[in-house]
Design a protein around this ligand. Sequence first.
Ligand code: HSE
Length: 306
Amino acid sequence: MSFAGRRVSVKVPATSANLGPGFDTLGLALAMYDELTVTATDEKSVTVDVHGVGEGEVAVDETNLVASSAIATFAAVGQEAPGLHIEARNAIPHGRGLGSSGAAVVAGIAAAQGLLEGSVTFTEDLLLGIASELEGHPDNVAPALFGGLTIAWTSEEGPRHKKLMVHRGVSPLVFIPESTLSTRRARELQPASVPHADAVFNVSRSSLMVAAMLQSPELLFQATEDKLHQSYRAAAMPDTTETIALLRAHGYPAVVSGAGPSILVLCDGPGDRLDAARLVESGTATPWRAEMLAVDFKGATVVPIS
Ligand code: HSE
């Protein structure tokens, strides 16, 4: 079947993974978006126009992550990929721990899903399976696909997720530095094993985190404690480590966002965010960009353009 001429509009949120104790498991979708228009062509080639973040930097051929993810999705469902023209308007910063690569992967998958509308039915498990395989871990792609707070895990049948709604008092604030850190480098800093007591510590905090996010935001400070990843990666992002210490010393539930170096503060009311932003502006030398972001509850959307 020829898909040439079909055109879809795709919108994918930023995400923050880990949320402190939930390493490779918890993720939160945030209202900052990459928006794309993807057109199927019969030219057997890929062209990409990027505006905003990544303009002049990311690949603009079939190795572009959105394009390669779309092509991989066609292959995963046994369909031949058409040529593609992608126009991307990106807002999610790259290499900062806000899920930009997961968003690109999900954008490609959502585009393929939209172009295949009527020919292939995608279940949520299939979407998450393709996305996790391409991204390498499920904790960013799950909230990027489905929105809200997600718990992601791997079963014998593949990756699975549970989407949860978040207490309306939970008010995310993100501090984004100019520096970047690759997830691969951050993952190399992880030890192969951890002390049993540290594992127990994180099981307790991660369980508490779900309760804090859903019904008890006043518990977010204790719930965001972690011993599995942040200390091992601290030396690779000293400004982040120092600023999180400052925020936590003042009672704000601050954590590394994903693999860093951005910071996520899960304030338990919108008013706290301004105070936290002022504290960081006056208390650190790093030029942080502060973003007060709502939780995104929809996840990726794809709509046909006629
Ligand atoms: N859980 C992953 C990590 C998230 O921390 O390595 C990367 O965005």
